[in-house]
Write a protein that binds this ligand. Structure first.
Ligand SMILES: [Ca+2]
Length: 149
């Protein structure tokens, strides 16, 4: 019975989670977001770490990946991009729309009647507080590294 339940979980539940992630990505204007964070290096300078994150609404790097970050929590109330586009869920002064490249909140998911739904380019992460900083002459949005992965 125990093996049957394990098999059932792996064949039914896990694929549903994976499909769920993809279907949620279909509802927001990007497939991934950049995240830059810094740690203090041994030489007394900052070390910068660059990530491209595909699970936009979930914690990453050392957390259980099914845990939602603040953006994922807000998104889960309605699963509607238009409802959260103007919000600043991480409180860093930029709306979710600005962070995900849809500053005017005009992007809508693909449907039978909407084929003008090409994915946009995110500039920062809507679930983590980042500050604008110049790194090697380039303007970046930089957050704290809770963990480096
Ligand atoms: Ca942010």
């Amino acid at each position: 019975m125990k093996h049957f339940l394990s098999l059932l979980f792996c064949t039914v539940a896990v694929p549903l989670f994976v499909l769920g992630y993809q279907s949620y990505l279909d509802l927001i204007p990007v497939d991934k977001v950049p995240y830059v964070c810094k740690t203090f290096g041994s030489a007394g300078t900052n070390d910068y770490h660059y990530y491209n994150i595909t699970e936009v609404g979930h914690e990453f790097c050392g957390y259980f990946s099914f845990d939602r970050n603040i953006f994922g929590q807000d998104f889960s109330f309605s699963y509607s991009w238009s409802n959260i586009c103007h919000m600043d869920t991480d409180g860093d002064g930029r709306s979710n729309g600005v962070e995900l490249g849809d500053a005017n909140c005009t992007w809508t998911p693909c449907s039978e009647t909407n084929t003008n739904c090409a994915k946009l380019t995110a500039v920062s992460h809507p679930g983590y507080y980042e500050e604008e900083e110049t790194v090697n002459g380039v303007t970046e949005y930089v957050g704290d590294c809770l963990l480096v992965c």
